[in-house]
Ligand binder design. Structure first.
Ligand SMILES: O=C(O)CCC(=O)C(=O)O
Ligand SMILES: [Fe+2]
Length: 311
């Protein structure tokens, strides 16, 4: 594995069948693809990244006012040193802000909590909601292709994610002050959700675990959006599509003195969707791996494991 396959998003419109194969085969092999020609405005992405720099540059006392510990980090700010990768010994070297689906009126599900916005940076709301919407739309198009690849109707996922508790997570990895730290920027983990779309980082560090056990740096052409399979899609497809382990390593000097910023979008199922392995993915060679579970129960179980919910 050299790096992850690139898929041209224009084929969604021009040659959907070919697009379906590109996406499905890329995921079956690697669990990760990079989307090019995706139609998400570069200026929008750049603006969002610049706004994130301004957000995380706010004083710690200001940011901490927006921390909601009782909500499992579901909305607002989560300070440096909170999240820990499943089964890891040391916390990650990152701080982040969670933006959820913006709902007018009564939400379809109680999990769709109101967003938390920083009064000190009014443009944050508009910039984050614009990128949230663009990535949600793009993710739905990738799911259209996956549905067909998996032998389902093209719109199979649409009504299963339309009110999902999908989360945009602007992330900041500060400069590494203690070079001997046992922590890494993001410890090896799999994403919990259905699909992750990742915009950003201008700085290196993201690596994926190849099937031969080696760590492969993710190198993509500029402007491409990384899109990977999460655990919920792995469960639904009876592990035919793998949720690939990845991490963000601490860079060597002098890059360790620089911050790193990225913005993943975690696309989720609606909370009451039952994640039952698809019949088309169960065979004699690949018998059913997991029991059915609702998206919300599964999420709660996993948030406990990564330290965002304490009980
Ligand atoms: O910052 C990155 O490039 C990846 C972040 C990530 O994997 C995550 O937050 O789940
Ligand atoms: Fe991740």
């Amino acid at each position: 594995m050299q790096s992850i396959p690139h898929v041209d998003m224009r084929r969604y419109h021009d040659n959907f069948d070919a697009f379906t194969q590109d996406v499905g085969q890329g995921y079956e092999k690697y669990g990760f693809i990079a989307l090019t020609q995706h139609g998400v405005d570069t200026a929008l992405i750049e603006r969002a990244l610049d706004t994130c720099r301004e957000l995380f540059a706010l004083p710690d006392e200001v940011k901490k006012q927006y921390h909601r510990p009782g909500e499992g980090g579901a909305r607002g700010y989560t300070p440096f040193g909170t999240e820990i990768a499943k089964d890891a010994e040391h916390v990650d070297l990152k701080e982040f802000w969670h933006v959820g689906r913006e709902v007018e009126g009564t939400p379809a599900y109680p999990q769709l909590l109101p967003n938390v916005w920083p009064a000190e940076l009014p443009k944050f709301k508009d910039d984050m909601l614009a990128i949230y919407e663009a990535l949600d739309k793009l993710g739905n198009q990738v799911l259209d292709a996956l549905a067909v690849y998996l032998g389902q109707p093209k719109d199979f996922f649409r009504d299963k994610v339309n009110n999902g508790n999908s989360i945009l997570r602007p992330l900041h990895y500060p400069p590494i002050i203690d070079e001997d730290t046992p922590s890494v920027r993001a410890g090896a983990h799999e994403d919990i959700n259905v699909l992750t779309l990742l915009v950003g980082s201008r700085e290196p560090g993201l690596e994926v675990l190849a099937k031969d056990g080696s760590w492969v740096p993710v190198t993509i052409i500029e402007g491409a959006i990384i899109c990977n399979v999460g655990d919920m899609l792995q469960r639904l497809t009876n592990h035919v599509l793998p949720s690939t382990t990845h991490r963000v390593v601490n860079p060597p000097a002098p890059y360790n003195e620089k911050s790193r910023y990225s913005i993943p979008f975690f696309l989720h199922f609606n909370p009451d969707v039952m994640i039952t392995p698809l019949e088309s993915c169960i065979t004699a060679e690949n018998p059913q791996r997991d029991e059915p579970i609702t998206a919300d129960d599964y999420l709660m179980q996993r948030l406990r494991e990564i330290g965002l919910i304490k009980d």
